[in-house]
Design a protein around this ligand. Sequence first.
Ligand SMILES: Nc1ncnc2c1ncn2[C@@H]1O[C@H](COP(=O)(O)OP(=O)(O)OP(=O)(O)O)[C@@H](O)[C@H]1O
Ligand SMILES: [Mg+2]
Length: 877
Amino acid sequence: MEPGAAVTGSDVSADGLIAELLDMGFDFDDITAAVGAIGPRRAEVLEVLLGGPGPGASAGQAKRGGGAPSRPASSTALPRPAGKGTKSSNPRGRLRQSSITNHISSAAGSRNESGREACASFPCSESPVDHTVPVGVHVCSKLGSELQFSIENTRTDCSYKDKVGAVLQKHFGFSSLKGFQMEVLNAWFAHKDCLVLAATGSGKSLCFQIPALLTTKIVVVISPLISLMHDQCLKLAKHGISACFLGSGQPDSRVEGKAMAGMYKIVYVCPETVLRLMEPLKKLAEKPGIALFAIDEVHCVSKWGHDFRPDYRKLSVLRENFNSSKLKFLKHDIPLMALTATATIPVRDDIVKSLKMLEDTTIVLTSFFRSNLRFSVKHSKTSASSYRKDFQELIGTYNASRKFKGKEQQILHEIDPDSESSSCDSLNDSASDDEDANIDSASRGAKNAGKLKTGMTLVKENTENELDLYPGVDDFDVSCGEFLEALQPESSVFPAQSSETSSSECLELGPTIVYVPTRKETVELANFLCKSGLRAAAYNAKMPKSHLRKVHQQFHCNELEVVVATIAFGMGIDKSNVRRIIHYGFPQSLEAYYQEAGRAGRDGKLSDCTLYCNFLRAPTLLPNKRSEEQTKAAYRMLRDCFHYSLNTSTCRAKILVKYFGEEFGPDRCDMCDVCINGPPQMHDFKEEAIVLMNVLHGRSVSIQGDETEDMICSNVSHYRSGRRRFGEAPNFIMVVSHIREKLPRYAATDRIWWQGLARILEGMGYIQEAAETPRVSIQHPELTEEGLKFLNSRSQQPLYAHPDAAMLLAMNDPRPFSESSEWGRGWADPAIRRQRLAGRKTGRRKRMRRSGQGQHPTGFTTAKERLAAILSKKRKR
Ligand SMILES: Nc1ncnc2c1ncn2[C@@H]1O[C@H](COP(=O)(O)OP(=O)(O)OP(=O)(O)O)[C@@H](O)[C@H]1O
Ligand SMILES: [Mg+2]
């Protein structure tokens, strides 16, 4: 059979058939025995190899009886087809379990040891169960913000339940489906489109994997990353389910033809490939049929989401083309199943609309609350100078565990002479060059990064203050998945926990992921941790693939204690025992934060999610390429993150789940830092609020509330309530300076504190941002109608509120920005500031005069003169 030819199911030559079946992973001896007994009839041979009846059965048994060669440890016995229960296990249909090295080498176009090109596909383990169940189930809810969900599960079809239970037990080893998984399956049985919103790690994949095992039809899964598809295919192979992925990462050109001929139960594709394969998919829909289209990580559809992929939007073609009015052979529209863990209400609406999902789409919404995640936020400069303080505890924990085990600390990454050099190798080099574990400046970090062995590209790109984008679909072969955990469990650096230490209060030892915003920081922090004795590695998109692969592999095998990564270390990480997720610096959105934090504790055990960030500096890092609309959305998302970090009074879990539109039942998690520490004492902010709002309104007041129009600052005198053109609104810095200047009692107050008050008033709806594109912190405040009403009411009521985290910092340390010098402290006083600024100007002029630099090289002294000269030159031209 020619490579690339589609498999049609007709008879083929014996050699071709043997080659094809070998590629599918069947044992050579079993194949030759079956082909010898039956002849080169593909369908029958396949049936025999898959455990069906026929002459091949005896052939296979005979062969085995004759002493089949022993199989590698990674081989997986084929499960028996349903309903064909025999006591002995299937003797013939052994799979060659794909090893990760096969897949990696195949990705690189290399050959495996047997000389055949490794095939990134995963053969089917059983004949599908033909099952068509009449269904009258209605698990429905309205779309959009009035989301409702009927938990009434009316299905009483025992055989259906039994079949699901049998498949679940047989392939996955689980005793029962989770409630939401059952709801999703019910919707699928009812031929309905379904939007599944369930927490990270809750088991969404099973919702589309089970249907593949209940029918003879194929499940097509659309996924955003090849590494994610790859990871899932490996897991399915492990569970004895045939799957493959298609697209640019697929090294074997024949797989696509086989997939379109229905040879794999589950076919993973990226959106681009779906668009290209519309015609073959229509044929597949006719025979053997498509059970459903699952669109995983469906938040990528929405522009309002945190990880927008334009090609996802084009997936509306699925609903437009695969319906019973377009394809006459269909009895029902092929159901769409869209799944995500992070979709706010606007994102959900956008998904349903963009994908043109049906009116009666079922929405299955589970709680986003993860009861085993302990959230906390800590103030930090998040620079190299604070590493020692912030990571002291983490370093102590890992080092203590090793001491306890009597192991010596070791340098971590052995250099593989054959592989591309990696940053970790170099990190170790740096570590041995310099025994001092302290890194206290960015320049030092850059210097260490400069020692990396990996050549200029890596050095330059990894030391830039650049953000990583979410990985593109071509991000192939870096993910290994949990599959590897099973391969090398003995290599774990984490001591086994005794049952006494695994109480809900005690955090077990397990791997940590530290997310940092920039590539440069991945290298710097990993370097620091390595030097402090931890098994740590850096991970960012610009590092060599071989290094990234190694990090994935070591992480999944529990050889690494800490991975310091950008967002590139992302979707598809389904590792059960991650105990800590640390964000060192602000994430780009709360959606991203929750998804990243959700990689902790997937085994249900207590895990920590800690955000270190600078309360005094609003986050500013935005992705490079963005439209105006995206800039606005990016600032809004950063602002939500900033407010989350500054919150001192509401349970963190509550804020997070509320962000996704969920009303949090218990009101508090009793685990996060806010629940544990309790809120700070409330303050009556009325006096300061009136001062601030009066200035915004264009008048100043004394503390008692008497208006003194003569105190009006000329800069803000024109300012009246109501929306106005950007530029007319006063700058917040100006407003605070004005207050400090005019009211001596506020002369030494900090702007950070006033910004906190502005956030409180904004939250109450009394002030708002006047600029078209609101930044993270309010910059051009203006009064709202509500604010004006409050101001005019001259109410005697106090205005109590909890100070936020930045205000508390400013109150506890009255000079958070001005360092410790007297000189710095003096800047808070407007009189001293004016004096100093005046001194600066005259000093500069004097110096220029003395050195004869009074004139610009062009001969003009002022910028205005220079500009006039340039304009006249242009005019002459
Ligand atoms: N019914 C079940 N009983 C027990 N464990 C389950 C069940 N369903 C799924 N799981 C397990 O839950 C884990 C997470 O599953 P999965 O990867 O599907 O999560 P997910 O919801 O897709 O997460 P993410 O949003 O991060 O992609 C897997 O290890 C899976 O084996
Ligand atoms: Mg998933």
